[in-house]
Design a protein around this ligand. Sequence first.
Ligand SMILES: [Zn+2]
Length: 199
Amino acid sequence: MTTTRVNCIACDTMILPATAERFGGLCAQCAKLPSDQLDVKRQIKEGINPLDHAIELTKRLIQRLITEYPNQHIVAIADPIFEAARFYTCDVIPRAFDYDEMKELNPDISDEIELYTSEIEGEYSLLKPIAQELKSISPELNLRGKVAVAASWGMGREEIGWMIRYLNTRDRFEEYLERWKMDESDIDQLNQAYNQELN
Ligand SMILES: [Zn+2]
């Protein structure tokens, strides 16, 4: 006798009707997940694109940060390939970011976004959409002497400087050069690499 299997309501696994009945339509794996993660899986199964949704939530978060922290530097820091970024502030933009010296902004929202990014399959980078959105808030920060930066933990002062120049006014960029005794030619050597990534 064959039993017709049914689809788990949160993933692609086919399960026995008895399993579905026992776990409210879920497979045994999904039944173990915390409810927020399960909710994201169900939304994706219903057709939400996790990358598009993660980008949308990230943009909304950036707009919220400028409202909540208009007088602070706003720094997006990610893993080297920008698969997931979190947002921080600090008193002075350093030559390299040290976790202990950064204060995280709205970590609960980044946690929520990561529920979606962890479901994305294939390669992607959030750098470009984050940079675009930071550009939209930087004029306001720049007027108050602050900057917006997109960076990864391993970046050096040249890379951080490049991003400051890309996202902010000339004045704010020159302040950074001056503070860390740098020359713009140090920054220019990164033009090709970054222009490729951002265009
Ligand atoms: Zn499942």
